[in-house]
Design a protein around this ligand. Structure first.
Ligand code: SF4
Length: 283
């Protein structure tokens, strides 16, 4: 090689390196901020005025959260809760305290009605259950033949990791490392992993479901062809960590109540002044 650099032929054929997803996300965040300043804050503040500002608080224990999230894949959240309650009934834990028999408290659901505050199922029994039996137990949630093996695979992975079904170790694991650990379990994608970490520990990750994705695209918070995994990366670059939970819950709520997939109610939408679906030139 000459002192002035690579040979001419190598120089002429070298291609610019493809930017990493993180670089692409940071570039988009800078562009959005320059062209439509304060858009994301506007969206969250307006939604907070309309629906209240969601505040994170723990819901279920992390392993229950993981199993409930698997049960909610491609199913209504209310059905997932019915299936989770069926798991508790079919594979009960030994009572852990006198509270276990107290009147149940409804916990806020992720779109469902909420679950009674009772001990989790006996995970060992769930893992060891004959597959056909487990499929039958969770049938009310839908897609039992797909979800039963996923649940057992997840429980096996937890056991193999540290000899228990606890996920508490993820609380002190760096967010992306924790997400990748969960997403390595068969049947657990980036979204499911992010839901578990966000809801269980308040880890600042942004699960992008169909509501978050649709609302974000319509407003123009993300480029039109971005898929949900790409949108997840964009949100990590665009949003302050302490607003991740708020953004997730607020956008889902808005998608359910106002920005429906069919016929969104733009006339009554507080975001209309800055929504590109409503006005293609909105700033
Ligand atoms: S203006 Fe319409 S499309 Fe835009 S966010 Fe509101 S409901 Fe959705």
């Amino acid at each position: 090689m000459s002192p002035s650099g690579p040979p001419r032929s190598a120089r002429s054929h070298s291609r610019p390196r493809k930017p990493s997803p993180e670089q692409t996300a940071r570039a988009w965040a800078r562009k959005l901020d320059a062209k439509r300043p304060g858009l994301l804050s506007f969206v969250l503040d307006r939604l907070a005025e309309t629906n209240g500002r969601p505040v994170w608080r723990p819901r279920l224990d992390p392993t229950s959260e993981l199993v409930l999230t698997i049960l909610s894949q491609n199913s209504a959240d209310t059905n997932a809760e019915v299936a989770f309650a069926a798991l508790r009934d079919a594979y009960p834990s030994a009572p852990v305290s006198s509270n276990a028999t107290a009147a149940p408290n409804a916990l806020p659901g992720w779109g469902g009605r909420g679950l009674p505050d009772l001990p989790p199922p006996n995970w060992s029994a769930v893992e060891a259950a004959p597959l056909a039996e487990l499929i039958e137990v969770i049938r009310p949630g839908g897609l039992g033949p797909q979800k039963a093996p996923r649940i057992q695979a997840a429980l096996r992975a937890l056991q193999a990791n540290g000899g228990s079904y606890s996920l508490e170790f993820l609380a002190s694991t760096p967010p992306l490392e924790a997400r990748d650990w969960l997403a390595a379990i068969p049947g657990i994608g980036k979204k499911t992993a992010s839901v578990v970490l966000l809801f269980s520990f308040g880890v600042p990750l942004m699960p992008v479901d169909r509501h978050v994705h649709r609302v974000s695209q319509r407003i123009g918070l993300i480029p039109p062809k971005t898929d949900p995994d790409g949108a997840h990366d964009l949100y990590l670059a665009m949003l302050q960590p302490d607003r991740m939970y708020e953004a997730h819950v607020s956008l889902i709520t808005h998608g359910r109540r106002t920005c429906h997939a069919q016929r969104p109610d733009c006339e009554h939408c507080p975001l209309a002044p800055r929504c590109r679906y409503f006005d293609r030139k909105a700033e």
